[in-house]
Design a protein around this ligand. Structure first.
Ligand SMILES: C[S@@+](CC[C@H](N)C(=O)[O-])C[C@H]1O[C@@H](n2cnc3c(N)ncnc32)[C@H](O)[C@@H]1O
Length: 278
């Protein structure tokens, strides 16, 4: 069994403040257990005995290399329904009508959620598509959702979420009714995504740093909040590979703190963190 550590309140406040000053990430007091469970493996990796040693280490010059690991451990799988709403609005109001018009009666649509975490992103895409394409079941529409982490892929494909702030803030009452079923599991209220959205999505494990097994072409790619801690060369290689699966005019949505300047000439910025394949 993994060794557990005791994260004292003052250590939590010190680390939360440090993280906030360096990255802008805000962690409220209720995030102490989350921080402890995620940073414990960093203490083990660094062979430290307790959080006091970790707090002392991160402020030393050698400790600077710890920053990306710390941020990654804390933010790794954070996601929510309709995160960065403007991407879904763009999809609905601009990109899907544009693709359909260009197909002149055709109805093939392929979307990839790369780094889908626990699935809220591909389900948000699926709901957006259902709301945009009234005859979606008569079209050839597919979403591919991939993640490095097999636990995330399995969680995502179950489509099961505990009711709490993310569900309540992310989904409207109407969306809950149309796209989810209520479930009680171990005495806790959950929702499970309905088949009308699940059937649009294929979930697969995929490391973005490895060769891609699929051929595309993809009309839309979401690769959001994934590459932020990749170095520039790794980002260049990744977006080159992605561009090869994307026809001219297709779009790529990236995370709010990411950008492609100096990384790729294959994409042109056309909106807030929205790029067109050129
Ligand atoms: C912060 S989440 C982002 C989830 C979602 N895209 C969003 O913006 O809400 C980042 C996800 O990227 C995945 N990831 C990190 N490195 C990856 C890699 N090399 N290949 C594939 N997925 C990766 C992580 O497992 C994690 O689930």
């Amino acid at each position: 069994m993994s060794e557990s550590f005791d994260l004292k309140d003052r250590e939590f406040r010190f680390l939360a403040k440090f993280l906030n000053e360096k990255t802008g990430i805000v962690l409220g007091d209720n995030k102490r257990p989350m921080m402890n469970s995620r940073l414990s493996r960093r203490l083990r990796a660094l062979k430290l005995q307790n959080y006091k040693q970790y707090c002392d280490f991160i402020v030393t010059p050698e400790g600077e290399t710890e920053m990306p690991h710390m941020v990654n451990a804390i933010t790794t799988n954070l996601t929510k329904f309709f995160r960065e709403k403007h991407h879904f609005e763009y999809l609905k109001n601009t990109q899907i009508p544009k693709i359909l018009a260009s197909q002149r009666g055709g109805s093939r649509l392929r979307i990839w959620s790369a780094g889908c975490s626990s699935g809220e992103e591909p389900y948000s895409i699926a709901m957006t598509l259902r709301e945009t394409l009234k005859n979606i079941d008569g079209t050839d529409t597919k979403i591919l959702a991939t993640d490095l982490d097999t636990n995330m892929v399995s969680h995502a494909s179950q489509g099961l979420y505990k009711i709490g702030r993310t569900v309540e803030e992310g989904l409207t009452k109407r969306q809950l009714k149309e796209y989810t079923d209520a479930k009680v599991i171990n005495g806790n209220d959950h929702i499970q995504m309905k088949n009308n959205v699940r059937k649009l999505i294929t979930f697969k494990q995929l490391n973005l740093l490895h060769p891609f097994p699929m051929k595309g072409p993809f009309d839309v790619v979401f690769c959001r909040n994934v590459v932020i801690y990749f170095d520039k060369d790794t980002q260049r290689t990744l977006f080159k590979k992605m561009a090869q699966l994307m026809p001219l005019g297709s779009i790529l949505c990236i995370g709010h703190s990411e950008n492609l300047s100096g990384v790729s000439d294959d994409f042109k910025l056309i909106g807030q963190t929205i790029y067109e394949r050129v």
